[in-house]
Ligand binder design. Structure first.
Ligand SMILES: Nc1ncnc2c1ncn2[C@@H]1O[C@H](COP(=O)(O)OP(=O)(O)OP(=O)(O)O)[C@@H](O)[C@H]1O
Ligand SMILES: [Mg+2]
Length: 262
């Protein structure tokens, strides 16, 4: 594990049509660890992930990814992202396996030109292997050849997770990966994320599932437009902190060496 944070934000502000959504966020999310991001509806959690992926431009402030420029690290494939609501055409006649393979498209651009011209089964086998491993990790291999349109909501979520996993990125940004899945799938996803963390990946998970955050996260970041606090789950998810979170108060510094935004 390195001391360089996976994500480092300094005085970050963002808005939609001049309506502030993130105000003065300063935080450092450690690499190789599991951070849960918790906050009420409309708190800006998804927006924060969008700033990290680059789909929402900050108004001001600084963002560094793994110690480097955010743009460069995104281009280098350091970040995989699963959105809360995927902008997917679920009726499109495409299989589960092909959908997961789309997670590899960015990496395919790095293949030598002659490999990109090859028929599918001759192409770089690393892509195929990554897709099969990702399907296996979310227990969707039995559905791999079937169309995505015939999946249940929970199965769709697992396919989207597999697409993010297949990127084999250092940082996994997951927006509510546990929402709408049944208890066995939830266990499967949490076990899979535990394995990813053990393999050295950074997991950043937005969630409303406080028991899972308590059990699995190394630290919790409380967000309500600004950073309300960051520290160990037992401390951040106490009744007192959750009460502060509801009104978006940023208290004094908390444990974990990360300053709460002023
Ligand atoms: N594309 C957009 N255009 C305009 N306003 C937006 C847009 N996306 C989000 N917002 C607004 O920004 C605020 C924060 O939204 P965001 O989706 O980041 O919240 P969230 O913390 O992820 O909430 P939830 O728990 O419901 O997912 C909300 O007030 C929302 O209405
Ligand atoms: Mg959200």
């Amino acid at each position: 594990m390195t001391d360089t944070p996976a994500i480092e934000a300094r005085r970050l502000c963002a808005a939609y049509h001049r309506q502030p959504v993130l105000t003065d966020i300063t935080l450092a999310l450690p690499a190789g660890q599991w951070t849960a991001i918790v906050g009420p509806n409309g708190a800006g959690k998804s927006s924060l992930l969008k700033v990290v992926t680059g789909s929402l431009q900050p108004l001001s402030g600084e963002l560094r990814i793994l110690g480097g420029s955010a743009n460069q690290q995104r281009r280098a494939g350091k970040i995989a992202y699963m959105a809360q609501q995927e902008q997917m055409e679920w009726d499109f006649p495409v299989s589960v396996r092909e959908t997961v393979m789309t997670g590899r498209y960015g990496l395919m651009r790095q293949d030598p030109w002659w490999q990109r011209l090859m028929p599918d089964h001759w192409a770089n086998p690393a892509h195929r292997r990554a897709v099969e491993e990702a399907l296996e990790a979310v227990d969707m291999r039995d559905h791999a050849a079937g169309p995505i349109g015939e999946l249940s909501g929970g199965q769709k979520k697992r396919v989207m997770l597999a697409r993010a996993l297949a990127q084999q990125a250092d940082i996994l940004l997951l927006d509510e990966p546990l929402a709408g899945v049944d208890p066995p799938s939830e266990r499967l996803i949490l076990d899979m994320l535990e394995r990813e963390r053990r393999a050295g990946r950074t997991i950043i998970m937005v969630t409303h599932d406080l028991p899972s955050a308590r059990r699995h996260a190394d630290q919790v970041a409380l967000i309500n437009q600004t950073l309300v606090g960051m520290g160990p789950p037992a401390e951040m998810l106490s009744d007192a902190m959750l009460a502060q979170l509801a009104v978006g108060v940023a208290p004094r510094s908390t444990a974990g060496g990360v300053r709460a935004a002023a």
